[in-house]
Design a binder for this molecule. Sequence first.
Ligand code: CAA
Length: 446
Amino acid sequence: MTKVGIDAIEIHTGKLRLDLANTFAPAKGDEPEKYTKGLGLENSSFPDTYEDIVTMGANAARRLMERRDLTPQDIGRIDVATESAFDNSKPVSTYIAGCLEQVFDGDFHHANKGERKFACISGTQSLDDAYNWIRAGRNRGRSALVIATDTALYARGDAGEATQGAGAVAMLISEDPDLVELSTEQGYGSADETDFLKPNQQFPSVDGKRSVQVYLARMREALEDFESVAGDTHPDDFELIPFHTPFPGMVRKAGLLGFRHMIRDTNVEEDLAGDIGRQPRREAFDSDDAFLDAISEYTDRLKETDTYREWYAETIDPTLNIARQVGNWYTGSVHVARASGLKHAYENDVDLTGKRLLVGSYGSGAQAEIHAETVQEGWEDEIAAIDLDEQLAARYDISFEEYERVHDVHNHDKQAEDAEEFTNPEDEFVFDGWGRMGERKYRYVE
Ligand code: CAA
């Protein structure tokens, strides 16, 4: 069977930076450690006044097409995943195609375009759509462009304000990919939940504490469902496990529960039994509460073992390096986590060719999905080509007062009086005002 997967990836970060420990925490009266240690975040990316989900997505896609020497004829579909859309009818992918047509010869009239919605998991669902389209033999030799783009802003004063971010990830999905092949096997955990939603409003209604529990519950279901088709998982099976990362502290919780699940009935559980005992089994307890207390105590002991700490440091922690600097990008977040882990391996001369990743996506509302990926031969060149470090270093560091202004500029309900930009656009698409039917307009700046 032909391999299908991610052939290339490009990342565009919002061009402003909010320093959470030094700028945001003091203004909020919080201790900096709540951000750096608790949530695991140092900075958030924000969009400059001329940036939005279209410019960020189009800029990532343009770089990807240029780098891979692609023309519109090479692309058979453009799918955009976002939960920051500003139009209930016209998809963001049409705007992005319009931008790209300003700079590439030819057009995308032949390309199927759409927009996927299921909170943060829709980026991964768009990968699925592209995968299925290629597998079905409908792609006529063409690749799909999947773009996950979001301005993840919360209402001022909401607890989620600590975890904001803005950026886009563009991915090329092709036969015989250079980066990773996607597994046919998938697992789902999906339920009607009200943890985080935007009922026709720009900023989310969030039950933050509950959202953390729903993430863990759905992720666990997805892992069990994945194992029902792919067989039991073992920590040694996967070099990296990128998760959806609303903030790194969330993944710390998911990683520990995932490890506990994977080692059950394995040599690892056995080897640790002398120090911390075996995992409590439900059938040995009279009540759920007694079992939950026992498993919680076991988990606390497991977290302190060298075995767990080493696994976490190698398999999970490298996937969080970028998130720590950019915050939550919603639909792009799990794809940033994958890139972060691969980048860390590349920079540390770890050869991942042929090695496997386990990828855990999540969207509120709620659904988790787990699949495996196999790293392909061309991965090093692909990862080396991403210029994210330069982009991160070039971000403009905003003060708290500037943060308040930027938040207002991007608030659809406010007419920001001072929308002056903080950075100078160069070689990129910018927002250029509204057209006569209320559409947003864009222009390429040399
Ligand atoms: N030193 C060290 N750690 C500290 C600290 C200090 N001085 N102060 C606080 N902390 C720790 C806390 O103990 C806590 O860690 P644990 O959960 O491990 O105990 C962490 O820092 C956060 O502190 P709080 O719980 O007090 O923070 P909060 O009440 O402000 O809320 C939040 C945190 C609920 C995650 C909030 O930021 C929020 O609502 N975020 C948006 C929702 C979200 O991201 N949910 C994640 C799952 S849903 C999802 O994944 C979809 C999505 O993308 C939105």
